[in-house]
Design a protein around this ligand. Structure first.
Ligand SMILES: *Cc1c(COP(=O)(O)O)cnc(C)c1O
Length: 329
């Protein structure tokens, strides 16, 4: 299958916010948008998005994973950017309409339909740096995606950066474009210099997350990860893995930890990145102060694989959805 995010459904859902209200959403043929060059988003980065998946089961129906939670997260992102907040029912309906229209194009698991709601500020005013965009466009793109782990889970290598932050206290938990722009330079530099896959941002030694995934430490009976605060993105995969781990008897230890502690933990804990695209990916090594530090023996760990499979079994319809995470379409 083509590279993640480069193939699109031929329809998308779109709604406009104007005159102080959301106008009715419509499903339309996918086509370029016409946006005024003075639109707020181009100058002041008033944009946020979501990313989650729908799976087509063997019964021919689709299941959307944690739709209501992703809608709520998008509402919080919009609110933090002072963008018009989409109605929950409207946004969920836009996603469901798109999935229903594209159901035949959703590849069978482990492939899926990746869904990308996006909200942008379209107020035409280049003097609005300190003013909210009172007009906006909301759309939902669909993109069929293949199996991330085709050919097996390859352990990732991370550069541990104990200086820089990925984002700010204020916007760390907002899924907004500017955060990815901020992480891009450091990540590209790290790839070029150290051959790593990602940067683990640990400002002041506080282990936070990478450019687009949360970080977890996993042993045979415990999961350690940073507790929710506004400095990092509250991943739905993180939350789901923690709940499934608790179900299976792991102790879930949400606590802050330092780079010094991290370097000790990885001699005997597995490390993993969590996010919608890759679910739970094993980390095989770290680079810190120019030195390579393996995570245990550098190979994918059994606990990481077990927890990833537990989540995927629910998404693929192999295990029961005991937490009510799936919306049937
Ligand atoms: C989207 C994202 C995640 C993962 O969130 P999921 O809901 O698990 O997909 C983690 N960190 C960042 C910075 C993200 O943008």
């Amino acid at each position: 299958m083509a590279k993640f995010g480069t193939v699109f459904c031929d329809k998308f859902s779109i709604a406009r916010y104007e005159d102080g209200a959301w106008q009715p959403a419509a499903l339309q043929p996918l086509a370029p948008l016409s946006i005024h060059p003075a639109a707020h988003v181009f100058h002041y980065a008033s944009s946020c998005f979501e990313g989650f998946k729908a799976y087509r089961w063997s019964d021919g129906k689709a299941r959307i994973f944690r739709l209501a939670d992703h809608v709520r997260r998008m509402q919080r992102s919009a609110d933090s950017l002072r963008l018009p907040v989409p109605d929950a029912d409207m946004l969920a309906g836009m996603v469901i309409d798109l999935v229903a229209a594209q159901i035949d194009d959703i590849p069978a698991p482990p492939s899926s339909l990746y869904l990308r709601p996006t909200l942008i500020g379209t107020l035409e005013n280049i003097g609005a740096a300190a003013a909210p965009s009172t007009e906006a466009t909301l759309f939902v793109l669909g993109s069929p995606v293949g199996d991330y782990f085709e050919g097996g889970a390859r352990p990732l290598k991370l550069l541990v950066d104990d200086q820089r932050a990925r984002s700010t206290e204020q916007l760390g938990s907002t899924k907004t474009g500017g955060n990815y722009a901020a992480a891009l330079g450091p990540t590209l530099d790290a790839k070029a210099k150290y051959g790593v896959d990602q940067v683990l941002f640990c400002p002041g030694g506080d282990v936070q997350e990478t450019g687009a995934a949360n970080f977890l430490l996993i042993s045979d009976d415990e999961i350690i990860t940073k507790p929710l605060d506004t400095s990092f993105l509250h991943g739905m995969t993180r939350d789901s893995i923690l709940r499934l781990a608790a179900d299976q008897g792991y102790t879930v230890n949400e606590r802050n930890f330092t780079v010094a502690e991290l370097l000790e933990f990885v001699s005997h804990y597995e490390a993993a990145l969590s996010g919608t695209a890759a679910c739970l990916s094993p980390v095989g090594g770290l680079v810190y102060n120019g030195k390579e530090i393996p995570v245990r023996d550098g190979l994918p760990g059994g606990n990481t694989e077990k927890l990833r499979k537990a989540l995927q079994d629910i998404q693929y319809g192999i295990a029961p959805d005991v937490h009510g995470w799936l919306t049937e379409v």
